[in-house]
Design a protein around this ligand. Structure first.
Ligand code: NAD
Length: 476
Protein backbone atom coordinates (compact mmCIF):
# COMPACT_ATOMS: atom_id res chain seq x y z
CA UNK A 1 0.00 0.00 0.00
CA UNK A 2 1.20 3.54 -0.71
CA UNK A 3 2.11 5.53 2.33
CA UNK A 4 0.74 9.04 2.56
CA UNK A 5 2.46 11.70 4.62
CA UNK A 6 0.43 12.49 7.73
CA UNK A 7 -2.04 15.29 7.18
CA UNK A 8 -3.21 16.35 10.63
CA UNK A 9 -6.12 18.75 10.98
CA UNK A 10 -4.88 21.62 13.11
CA UNK A 11 -7.88 23.92 13.71
CA UNK A 12 -8.38 24.87 17.36
CA UNK A 13 -11.50 23.15 18.75
CA UNK A 14 -11.67 25.80 21.50
CA UNK A 15 -12.53 23.36 24.25
CA UNK A 16 -13.17 24.45 27.81
CA UNK A 17 -11.66 22.53 30.69
CA UNK A 18 -15.09 22.13 32.27
CA UNK A 19 -18.61 22.21 30.79
CA UNK A 20 -21.65 23.12 32.88
CA UNK A 21 -25.31 22.46 32.16
CA UNK A 22 -27.14 24.82 29.80
CA UNK A 23 -30.38 25.87 31.47
CA UNK A 24 -32.50 28.95 30.82
CA UNK A 25 -29.96 30.41 28.39
CA UNK A 26 -27.00 30.22 30.79
CA UNK A 27 -24.30 27.74 31.80
CA UNK A 28 -24.98 26.59 35.35
CA UNK A 29 -23.17 24.21 37.70
CA UNK A 30 -25.05 21.01 38.57
CA UNK A 31 -26.77 21.10 41.97
CA UNK A 32 -24.80 18.02 43.07
CA UNK A 33 -21.48 19.65 42.18
CA UNK A 34 -20.53 16.41 40.37
CA UNK A 35 -18.68 16.18 37.05
CA UNK A 36 -17.51 13.27 34.90
CA UNK A 37 -14.66 13.00 32.39
CA UNK A 38 -15.05 13.02 28.65
CA UNK A 39 -12.11 11.30 27.01
CA UNK A 40 -10.71 11.24 23.51
CA UNK A 41 -11.21 7.63 22.29
CA UNK A 42 -8.31 8.03 19.85
CA UNK A 43 -5.72 8.30 22.64
CA UNK A 44 -7.63 7.83 25.93
CA UNK A 45 -6.69 11.33 27.13
CA UNK A 46 -9.12 13.45 29.09
CA UNK A 47 -10.67 16.24 27.03
CA UNK A 48 -12.92 17.99 29.55
CA UNK A 49 -15.14 17.58 32.58
CA UNK A 50 -18.87 17.42 32.02
CA UNK A 51 -21.55 18.31 34.56
CA UNK A 52 -23.60 15.44 35.92
CA UNK A 53 -27.26 16.50 35.98
CA UNK A 54 -29.49 15.14 38.72
CA UNK A 55 -33.25 15.23 39.16
CA UNK A 56 -33.27 18.82 40.49
CA UNK A 57 -31.31 20.05 37.47
CA UNK A 58 -33.74 18.29 35.16
CA UNK A 59 -36.62 19.95 37.06
CA UNK A 60 -34.97 23.35 36.57
CA UNK A 61 -34.49 22.66 32.85
CA UNK A 62 -38.15 21.71 32.40
CA UNK A 63 -39.32 24.74 34.41
CA UNK A 64 -37.29 26.99 32.08
CA UNK A 65 -38.62 25.22 28.99
CA UNK A 66 -42.22 25.54 30.17
CA UNK A 67 -41.76 29.24 30.91
CA UNK A 68 -40.20 29.84 27.51
CA UNK A 69 -43.03 28.00 25.79
CA UNK A 70 -45.71 29.97 27.67
CA UNK A 71 -44.14 33.40 27.39
CA UNK A 72 -42.05 33.59 24.20
CA UNK A 73 -41.46 30.72 21.81
CA UNK A 74 -44.90 29.12 21.78
CA UNK A 75 -46.50 32.49 20.95
CA UNK A 76 -43.95 33.74 18.46
CA UNK A 77 -45.04 33.86 14.79
CA UNK A 78 -43.33 31.18 12.69
CA UNK A 79 -41.62 33.79 10.50
CA UNK A 80 -39.83 35.09 13.62
CA UNK A 81 -38.80 31.61 14.76
CA UNK A 82 -37.41 31.03 11.27
CA UNK A 83 -34.93 33.88 11.72
CA UNK A 84 -33.44 32.20 14.78
CA UNK A 85 -33.10 28.87 12.95
CA UNK A 86 -31.35 30.56 9.99
CA UNK A 87 -29.05 32.38 12.38
CA UNK A 88 -28.15 29.12 14.16
CA UNK A 89 -27.34 27.43 10.84
CA UNK A 90 -25.18 30.36 9.68
CA UNK A 91 -23.33 30.60 13.00
CA UNK A 92 -22.54 26.88 12.82
CA UNK A 93 -21.22 27.32 9.27
CA UNK A 94 -18.99 30.16 10.50
CA UNK A 95 -17.47 27.82 13.10
CA UNK A 96 -17.58 24.66 10.96
CA UNK A 97 -13.93 23.65 11.25
CA UNK A 98 -13.83 24.22 14.98
CA UNK A 99 -16.93 22.06 15.42
CA UNK A 100 -15.64 19.35 13.09
CA UNK A 101 -12.45 19.04 15.12
CA UNK A 102 -14.34 19.00 18.43
CA UNK A 103 -16.70 16.31 17.09
CA UNK A 104 -13.77 14.15 16.03
CA UNK A 105 -11.83 14.57 19.28
CA UNK A 106 -14.88 13.72 21.36
CA UNK A 107 -16.35 10.88 19.29
CA UNK A 108 -13.42 9.32 17.39
CA UNK A 109 -14.81 9.62 13.84
CA UNK A 110 -12.45 10.63 11.01
CA UNK A 111 -12.18 14.39 10.73
CA UNK A 112 -12.96 14.22 7.00
CA UNK A 113 -16.39 12.83 7.96
CA UNK A 114 -17.07 15.40 10.68
CA UNK A 115 -15.99 18.10 8.23
CA UNK A 116 -17.78 16.85 5.10
CA UNK A 117 -20.83 15.14 6.58
CA UNK A 118 -21.74 15.79 10.23
CA UNK A 119 -21.31 19.55 10.44
CA UNK A 120 -22.74 20.47 7.00
CA UNK A 121 -25.71 18.11 7.51
CA UNK A 122 -26.37 19.62 10.92
CA UNK A 123 -26.47 23.12 9.36
CA UNK A 124 -28.63 21.80 6.50
CA UNK A 125 -31.25 20.57 8.96
CA UNK A 126 -31.53 24.00 10.55
CA UNK A 127 -31.74 25.71 7.14
CA UNK A 128 -34.41 23.27 5.95
CA UNK A 129 -36.55 23.69 9.06
CA UNK A 130 -36.10 27.46 9.02
CA UNK A 131 -37.75 27.26 5.61
CA UNK A 132 -40.73 25.42 7.10
CA UNK A 133 -41.26 27.64 10.17
CA UNK A 134 -43.34 30.26 8.30
CA UNK A 135 -45.17 27.72 6.12
CA UNK A 136 -46.54 25.40 8.74
CA UNK A 137 -50.08 25.61 7.35
CA UNK A 138 -48.78 23.47 4.45
CA UNK A 139 -47.44 20.68 6.68
CA UNK A 140 -50.91 19.15 6.93
CA UNK A 141 -53.16 20.85 4.36
CA UNK A 142 -56.70 21.39 5.60
CA UNK A 143 -55.75 20.93 9.26
CA UNK A 144 -54.62 23.40 11.90
CA UNK A 145 -51.18 22.69 13.34
CA UNK A 146 -49.96 23.82 16.72
CA UNK A 147 -46.91 23.00 18.85
CA UNK A 148 -47.18 20.27 21.47
CA UNK A 149 -45.47 22.27 24.23
CA UNK A 150 -42.30 21.12 25.95
CA UNK A 151 -40.48 18.08 24.58
CA UNK A 152 -37.85 15.85 26.21
CA UNK A 153 -35.17 14.35 23.96
CA UNK A 154 -32.32 11.87 24.48
CA UNK A 155 -29.71 11.10 21.81
CA UNK A 156 -26.83 8.60 21.23
CA UNK A 157 -23.11 9.05 20.61
CA UNK A 158 -22.68 8.00 16.99
CA UNK A 159 -23.67 11.33 15.33
CA UNK A 160 -23.79 13.76 18.27
CA UNK A 161 -24.31 16.98 16.29
CA UNK A 162 -26.47 15.49 13.58
CA UNK A 163 -28.77 13.73 16.07
CA UNK A 164 -29.04 17.01 17.96
CA UNK A 165 -30.09 18.76 14.73
CA UNK A 166 -32.62 16.02 13.86
CA UNK A 167 -34.19 16.56 17.27
CA UNK A 168 -33.95 20.32 17.78
CA UNK A 169 -34.66 21.74 14.33
CA UNK A 170 -38.17 20.28 13.75
CA UNK A 171 -39.19 20.77 17.40
CA UNK A 172 -38.20 24.45 17.33
CA UNK A 173 -39.62 25.15 13.88
CA UNK A 174 -42.99 23.89 15.08
CA UNK A 175 -42.86 26.13 18.19
CA UNK A 176 -41.97 23.62 20.91
CA UNK A 177 -39.35 24.14 23.60
CA UNK A 178 -36.83 21.46 24.50
CA UNK A 179 -34.87 19.68 27.21
CA UNK A 180 -32.23 17.48 25.54
CA UNK A 181 -29.67 15.05 26.90
CA UNK A 182 -26.68 14.05 24.75
CA UNK A 183 -24.85 10.73 25.25
CA UNK A 184 -22.37 10.66 28.12
CA UNK A 185 -19.35 9.94 25.88
CA UNK A 186 -20.14 12.78 23.45
CA UNK A 187 -21.50 15.82 25.29
CA UNK A 188 -18.92 18.38 24.21
CA UNK A 189 -20.27 19.49 20.83
CA UNK A 190 -23.76 19.72 22.30
CA UNK A 191 -22.49 22.14 24.95
CA UNK A 192 -20.48 24.03 22.34
CA UNK A 193 -23.71 24.25 20.37
CA UNK A 194 -25.21 26.05 23.38
CA UNK A 195 -22.70 28.85 22.69
CA UNK A 196 -24.20 29.15 19.20
CA UNK A 197 -27.70 29.34 20.65
CA UNK A 198 -26.54 32.15 22.93
CA UNK A 199 -24.88 33.98 20.02
CA UNK A 200 -28.06 33.59 17.98
CA UNK A 201 -29.96 35.35 20.79
CA UNK A 202 -32.35 32.44 21.25
CA UNK A 203 -34.68 33.39 24.13
CA UNK A 204 -33.68 31.77 27.43
CA UNK A 205 -35.23 28.38 28.16
CA UNK A 206 -36.20 27.54 24.55
CA UNK A 207 -33.43 24.91 24.50
CA UNK A 208 -31.90 23.37 27.63
CA UNK A 209 -29.09 20.80 27.71
CA UNK A 210 -28.66 18.44 30.64
CA UNK A 211 -25.73 16.01 30.62
CA UNK A 212 -25.18 12.65 32.27
CA UNK A 213 -25.71 8.94 31.61
CA UNK A 214 -28.75 6.62 31.73
CA UNK A 215 -30.06 7.89 35.06
CA UNK A 216 -30.19 11.46 33.77
CA UNK A 217 -31.81 10.16 30.57
CA UNK A 218 -34.49 8.38 32.58
CA UNK A 219 -35.13 11.58 34.57
CA UNK A 220 -35.58 13.51 31.29
CA UNK A 221 -37.93 10.99 29.71
CA UNK A 222 -40.02 10.10 32.77
CA UNK A 223 -40.61 13.72 33.82
CA UNK A 224 -44.25 14.88 34.10
CA UNK A 225 -43.78 18.13 32.11
CA UNK A 226 -42.98 17.05 28.51
CA UNK A 227 -45.90 16.50 26.16
CA UNK A 228 -43.69 14.41 23.93
CA UNK A 229 -40.52 12.44 24.29
CA UNK A 230 -38.17 11.62 21.43
CA UNK A 231 -35.45 9.03 21.88
CA UNK A 232 -32.69 7.79 19.61
CA UNK A 233 -30.58 4.91 20.87
CA UNK A 234 -30.57 1.18 21.36
CA UNK A 235 -33.65 -1.04 21.06
CA UNK A 236 -32.89 -2.35 24.54
CA UNK A 237 -33.25 1.11 26.13
CA UNK A 238 -36.17 1.92 23.79
CA UNK A 239 -38.07 -1.00 25.29
CA UNK A 240 -37.40 0.23 28.85
CA UNK A 241 -38.72 3.65 27.85
CA UNK A 242 -41.86 2.20 26.24
CA UNK A 243 -42.59 0.23 29.38
CA UNK A 244 -42.10 3.23 31.66
CA UNK A 245 -44.28 5.52 29.53
CA UNK A 246 -47.06 3.03 28.84
CA UNK A 247 -50.40 4.44 30.00
CA UNK A 248 -49.27 8.10 29.95
CA UNK A 249 -50.62 10.57 27.39
CA UNK A 250 -47.19 11.55 26.16
CA UNK A 251 -46.51 11.42 22.44
CA UNK A 252 -43.47 9.32 21.70
CA UNK A 253 -41.07 8.69 18.82
CA UNK A 254 -38.33 6.08 19.04
CA UNK A 255 -35.42 5.76 16.61
CA UNK A 256 -33.67 2.51 17.51
CA UNK A 257 -31.21 -0.08 16.22
CA UNK A 258 -30.84 -1.75 12.84
CA UNK A 259 -29.39 -4.75 11.01
CA UNK A 260 -29.73 -3.65 7.41
CA UNK A 261 -29.38 -5.88 4.37
CA UNK A 262 -27.41 -4.51 1.45
CA UNK A 263 -28.52 -6.70 -1.49
CA UNK A 264 -26.36 -7.14 -4.60
CA UNK A 265 -27.83 -8.82 -7.70
CA UNK A 266 -25.73 -10.36 -10.45
CA UNK A 267 -26.60 -7.57 -12.92
CA UNK A 268 -25.30 -4.82 -10.59
CA UNK A 269 -22.28 -2.69 -11.53
CA UNK A 270 -19.97 -4.55 -9.16
CA UNK A 271 -17.22 -1.96 -8.67
CA UNK A 272 -19.80 0.67 -7.84
CA UNK A 273 -21.57 -1.78 -5.51
CA UNK A 274 -18.32 -2.56 -3.70
CA UNK A 275 -17.83 1.17 -3.02
CA UNK A 276 -21.39 1.34 -1.70
CA UNK A 277 -20.90 -1.72 0.51
CA UNK A 278 -17.68 -0.26 1.94
CA UNK A 279 -19.39 3.07 2.56
CA UNK A 280 -22.39 1.27 4.03
CA UNK A 281 -20.51 -0.59 6.75
CA UNK A 282 -17.14 1.07 7.31
CA UNK A 283 -18.37 4.70 7.30
CA UNK A 284 -18.02 6.09 10.86
CA UNK A 285 -16.46 2.76 12.05
CA UNK A 286 -19.84 1.10 11.45
CA UNK A 287 -21.30 3.23 14.26
CA UNK A 288 -24.36 3.77 12.09
CA UNK A 289 -27.87 2.60 12.96
CA UNK A 290 -28.64 2.05 9.27
CA UNK A 291 -25.23 0.46 8.47
CA UNK A 292 -25.38 -2.17 5.73
CA UNK A 293 -24.04 -4.78 8.15
CA UNK A 294 -25.49 -7.78 6.28
CA UNK A 295 -24.41 -8.16 2.67
CA UNK A 296 -26.76 -10.42 0.70
CA UNK A 297 -25.05 -11.28 -2.55
CA UNK A 298 -26.43 -13.18 -5.54
CA UNK A 299 -24.62 -16.52 -5.79
CA UNK A 300 -23.25 -16.14 -9.35
CA UNK A 301 -21.27 -13.03 -8.34
CA UNK A 302 -20.53 -13.91 -4.69
CA UNK A 303 -16.91 -14.96 -5.23
CA UNK A 304 -16.15 -11.92 -7.39
CA UNK A 305 -17.71 -9.50 -4.88
CA UNK A 306 -15.82 -11.07 -1.97
CA UNK A 307 -12.50 -10.83 -3.82
CA UNK A 308 -13.11 -7.17 -4.71
CA UNK A 309 -14.14 -6.35 -1.15
CA UNK A 310 -11.01 -7.93 0.29
CA UNK A 311 -8.87 -5.91 -2.09
CA UNK A 312 -10.71 -2.72 -1.28
CA UNK A 313 -10.46 -2.98 2.50
CA UNK A 314 -6.74 -3.70 2.30
CA UNK A 315 -6.24 -0.04 1.35
CA UNK A 316 -8.53 1.53 3.95
CA UNK A 317 -6.53 3.62 6.40
CA UNK A 318 -7.27 2.89 10.05
CA UNK A 319 -5.88 5.16 12.73
CA UNK A 320 -5.70 8.70 14.03
CA UNK A 321 -9.09 10.28 13.27
CA UNK A 322 -7.50 13.74 13.22
CA UNK A 323 -5.48 12.75 10.13
CA UNK A 324 -7.34 13.85 7.00
CA UNK A 325 -6.29 10.63 5.22
CA UNK A 326 -7.95 8.37 7.77
CA UNK A 327 -10.90 6.26 6.59
CA UNK A 328 -11.64 4.38 9.83
CA UNK A 329 -11.06 6.25 13.08
CA UNK A 330 -11.46 5.26 16.72
CA UNK A 331 -14.23 3.17 18.25
CA UNK A 332 -16.24 5.49 20.48
CA UNK A 333 -15.53 3.82 23.83
CA UNK A 334 -13.85 0.85 25.45
CA UNK A 335 -17.26 -0.67 26.21
CA UNK A 336 -18.23 -0.49 22.52
CA UNK A 337 -14.88 -1.98 21.48
CA UNK A 338 -15.42 -4.90 23.86
CA UNK A 339 -18.89 -5.51 22.44
CA UNK A 340 -17.49 -5.62 18.89
CA UNK A 341 -14.69 -7.98 19.96
CA UNK A 342 -17.14 -10.28 21.69
CA UNK A 343 -19.44 -10.52 18.68
CA UNK A 344 -16.55 -11.05 16.29
CA UNK A 345 -15.32 -13.90 18.47
CA UNK A 346 -18.77 -15.47 18.28
CA UNK A 347 -18.58 -15.26 14.46
CA UNK A 348 -15.47 -17.44 14.24
CA UNK A 349 -16.74 -19.72 16.98
CA UNK A 350 -20.00 -20.32 15.11
CA UNK A 351 -18.10 -21.26 11.95
CA UNK A 352 -18.00 -18.16 9.71
CA UNK A 353 -14.77 -17.32 7.91
CA UNK A 354 -13.12 -14.06 8.93
CA UNK A 355 -10.93 -11.75 6.85
CA UNK A 356 -9.04 -8.79 8.29
CA UNK A 357 -6.36 -6.93 6.35
CA UNK A 358 -2.98 -6.54 7.99
CA UNK A 359 -2.96 -3.10 9.57
CA UNK A 360 -1.02 -1.46 12.38
CA UNK A 361 -3.38 -0.05 14.98
CA UNK A 362 -2.25 2.78 17.28
CA UNK A 363 -1.00 1.51 20.67
CA UNK A 364 -3.25 3.84 22.67
CA UNK A 365 -6.95 4.36 22.03
CA UNK A 366 -9.81 2.11 20.89
CA UNK A 367 -9.46 0.69 17.38
CA UNK A 368 -10.81 -2.22 15.40
CA UNK A 369 -9.74 -3.24 11.87
CA UNK A 370 -12.28 -3.55 9.04
CA UNK A 371 -13.56 -7.12 9.18
CA UNK A 372 -15.45 -9.30 6.71
CA UNK A 373 -17.15 -12.58 7.51
CA UNK A 374 -18.08 -14.94 4.67
CA UNK A 375 -19.94 -18.23 4.95
CA UNK A 376 -22.40 -16.65 7.38
CA UNK A 377 -25.77 -18.28 7.99
CA UNK A 378 -28.96 -16.67 9.26
CA UNK A 379 -28.63 -18.32 12.66
CA UNK A 380 -25.22 -16.80 13.43
CA UNK A 381 -25.22 -14.03 16.01
CA UNK A 382 -23.24 -11.81 13.62
CA UNK A 383 -26.18 -12.07 11.18
CA UNK A 384 -28.81 -11.25 13.79
CA UNK A 385 -27.38 -8.85 16.37
CA UNK A 386 -26.43 -5.23 15.83
CA UNK A 387 -22.61 -5.10 16.07
CA UNK A 388 -22.29 -1.31 15.64
CA UNK A 389 -18.71 -1.67 14.44
CA UNK A 390 -16.76 -2.09 11.15
CA UNK A 391 -17.83 -5.70 10.66
CA UNK A 392 -19.59 -7.03 7.57
CA UNK A 393 -21.42 -10.39 7.48
CA UNK A 394 -21.86 -11.89 3.99
CA UNK A 395 -24.71 -14.24 3.09
CA UNK A 396 -25.71 -15.46 -0.36
CA UNK A 397 -29.03 -15.98 -2.16
CA UNK A 398 -30.26 -17.57 -5.40
CA UNK A 399 -33.65 -15.98 -6.10
CA UNK A 400 -35.33 -12.62 -5.58
CA UNK A 401 -37.75 -14.20 -3.11
CA UNK A 402 -34.92 -15.69 -1.09
CA UNK A 403 -33.23 -12.28 -0.94
CA UNK A 404 -36.45 -10.64 0.31
CA UNK A 405 -37.07 -13.39 2.84
CA UNK A 406 -33.53 -13.20 4.25
CA UNK A 407 -33.48 -9.40 4.29
CA UNK A 408 -36.76 -9.25 6.22
CA UNK A 409 -35.82 -12.08 8.57
CA UNK A 410 -34.69 -9.75 11.36
CA UNK A 411 -36.25 -8.03 14.34
CA UNK A 412 -35.15 -4.69 12.88
CA UNK A 413 -36.34 -2.67 9.90
CA UNK A 414 -34.48 0.60 9.56
CA UNK A 415 -32.86 0.53 6.14
CA UNK A 416 -31.82 -1.60 3.18
CA UNK A 417 -29.85 -1.29 -0.05
CA UNK A 418 -30.48 -2.79 -3.49
CA UNK A 419 -27.91 -3.00 -6.27
CA UNK A 420 -29.25 -3.96 -9.69
CA UNK A 421 -29.50 -2.71 -13.24
CA UNK A 422 -33.27 -3.33 -13.38
CA UNK A 423 -35.62 -0.50 -12.40
CA UNK A 424 -38.56 -2.89 -12.04
CA UNK A 425 -36.61 -4.98 -9.54
CA UNK A 426 -35.75 -1.89 -7.52
CA UNK A 427 -39.44 -0.99 -7.34
CA UNK A 428 -40.43 -4.51 -6.32
CA UNK A 429 -37.74 -4.70 -3.65
CA UNK A 430 -38.61 -1.30 -2.20
CA UNK A 431 -42.20 -2.46 -1.74
CA UNK A 432 -41.29 -5.87 -0.30
CA UNK A 433 -38.47 -4.85 2.03
CA UNK A 434 -39.73 -3.98 5.50
CA UNK A 435 -37.38 -1.08 6.08
CA UNK A 436 -37.93 2.64 6.61
CA UNK A 437 -35.38 3.59 3.94
CA UNK A 438 -34.43 1.60 0.84
CA UNK A 439 -31.45 2.96 -1.10
CA UNK A 440 -31.03 1.84 -4.71
CA UNK A 441 -27.57 1.70 -6.31
CA UNK A 442 -26.24 3.87 -3.50
CA UNK A 443 -26.05 3.70 0.28
CA UNK A 444 -26.05 5.98 3.34
CA UNK A 445 -27.45 9.00 1.56
CA UNK A 446 -29.15 11.59 3.74
CA UNK A 447 -31.11 14.72 3.10
CA UNK A 448 -33.17 16.87 5.49
CA UNK A 449 -36.17 16.58 3.17
CA UNK A 450 -36.29 12.77 3.42
CA UNK A 451 -38.05 11.20 6.38
CA UNK A 452 -35.96 8.63 8.23
CA UNK A 453 -37.23 6.03 10.70
CA UNK A 454 -37.91 2.38 11.32
CA UNK A 455 -40.22 -0.60 11.10
CA UNK A 456 -40.52 -3.25 13.82
CA UNK A 457 -37.89 -3.05 16.58
CA UNK A 458 -36.15 -0.18 14.82
CA UNK A 459 -38.79 2.11 16.30
CA UNK A 460 -41.56 4.39 15.11
CA UNK A 461 -41.97 7.99 14.07
CA UNK A 462 -39.95 9.81 11.42
CA UNK A 463 -37.23 12.44 11.48
CA UNK A 464 -36.75 14.78 8.54
CA UNK A 465 -39.16 16.00 5.91
CA UNK A 466 -42.80 16.93 6.40
CA UNK A 467 -43.42 13.67 8.30
CA UNK A 468 -40.75 14.54 10.86
CA UNK A 469 -42.37 17.92 11.52
CA UNK A 470 -45.76 16.30 12.00
CA UNK A 471 -44.33 14.27 14.88
CA UNK A 472 -43.88 17.58 16.76
CA UNK A 473 -47.35 18.99 15.97
CA UNK A 474 -50.81 18.92 17.45
CA UNK A 475 -53.35 18.62 14.63
CA UNK A 476 -56.90 19.87 14.90
P1 NAD B 1 -28.12 3.69 24.25
O1 NAD B 1 -29.53 3.26 24.13
O2 NAD B 1 -27.22 2.98 25.16
O3 NAD B 1 -28.05 5.23 24.70
C1 NAD B 1 -28.73 6.24 23.99
C2 NAD B 1 -29.00 7.38 24.93
O4 NAD B 1 -29.90 6.95 25.96
C3 NAD B 1 -27.76 7.91 25.67
O5 NAD B 1 -27.88 9.31 25.78
C4 NAD B 1 -27.87 7.24 27.05
O6 NAD B 1 -27.24 7.98 28.06
C5 NAD B 1 -29.37 7.22 27.24
N1 NAD B 1 -29.87 6.17 28.14
C6 NAD B 1 -29.28 5.01 28.52
N2 NAD B 1 -30.09 4.32 29.34
C7 NAD B 1 -31.23 5.06 29.49
C8 NAD B 1 -32.45 4.88 30.20
N3 NAD B 1 -32.68 3.79 30.94
N4 NAD B 1 -33.41 5.84 30.11
C9 NAD B 1 -33.22 6.92 29.34
N5 NAD B 1 -32.08 7.17 28.66
C10 NAD B 1 -31.10 6.24 28.72
O7 NAD B 1 -27.57 3.71 22.75
P2 NAD B 1 -26.12 4.11 22.27
O8 NAD B 1 -25.22 2.95 22.53
O9 NAD B 1 -25.73 5.45 22.78
O10 NAD B 1 -26.36 4.30 20.70
C11 NAD B 1 -26.30 3.28 19.82
C12 NAD B 1 -27.69 2.82 19.43
O11 NAD B 1 -28.42 3.92 18.86
C13 NAD B 1 -27.65 1.77 18.36
O12 NAD B 1 -28.54 0.73 18.68
C14 NAD B 1 -28.13 2.51 17.11
O13 NAD B 1 -28.70 1.70 16.14
C15 NAD B 1 -29.07 3.49 17.67
N6 NAD B 1 -29.29 4.63 16.75
C16 NAD B 1 -30.47 4.71 16.06
C17 NAD B 1 -30.69 5.76 15.17
C18 NAD B 1 -31.97 5.87 14.39
O14 NAD B 1 -32.21 6.92 13.79
N7 NAD B 1 -32.80 4.84 14.37
C19 NAD B 1 -29.71 6.73 14.99
C20 NAD B 1 -28.52 6.63 15.71
C21 NAD B 1 -28.33 5.56 16.60
Amino acid sequence: MWEFDPSPETADPKLKRRYDLFINGAFVAPKSGKYFDSINPANEQKLAEIALAGREDVDAAYAAAQRAFDTTWGRMPGRERAKYLYRIARLLQDRAREFAVAETLDGGKPVKESRDFDVPMCAAHFFYHAGWADKLEYVAPGRRVAPLGVVGQVIPWNFPLLMLAWKLAPALAMGNTVVLKPAETTSITCLKFAEILQDAGLPPGVVNFVTGAGETGAAVLNHPVPAKIAFTGSTEVGKIIMRSLAGTEKKMTLELGGKAANIVFDDAPLDQAVEGIVNGIFFNQGHVCCAGSRLLVHEPVAAAVLAKLKNRIKVLRVGDPMDKNTDIGAINSQAQLQRIQELVKSGTKEGAEMFQPACRLPAKGFYFPPTIFSGVSMSHRIAREEIFGPVLSILTFRTVDEAIEKANNTAYGLSAGVWTDKGSRILKMSVELKAGVVWANTYNKFDPTSPFGGYKESGFGREGGRQGLLDYAKLT
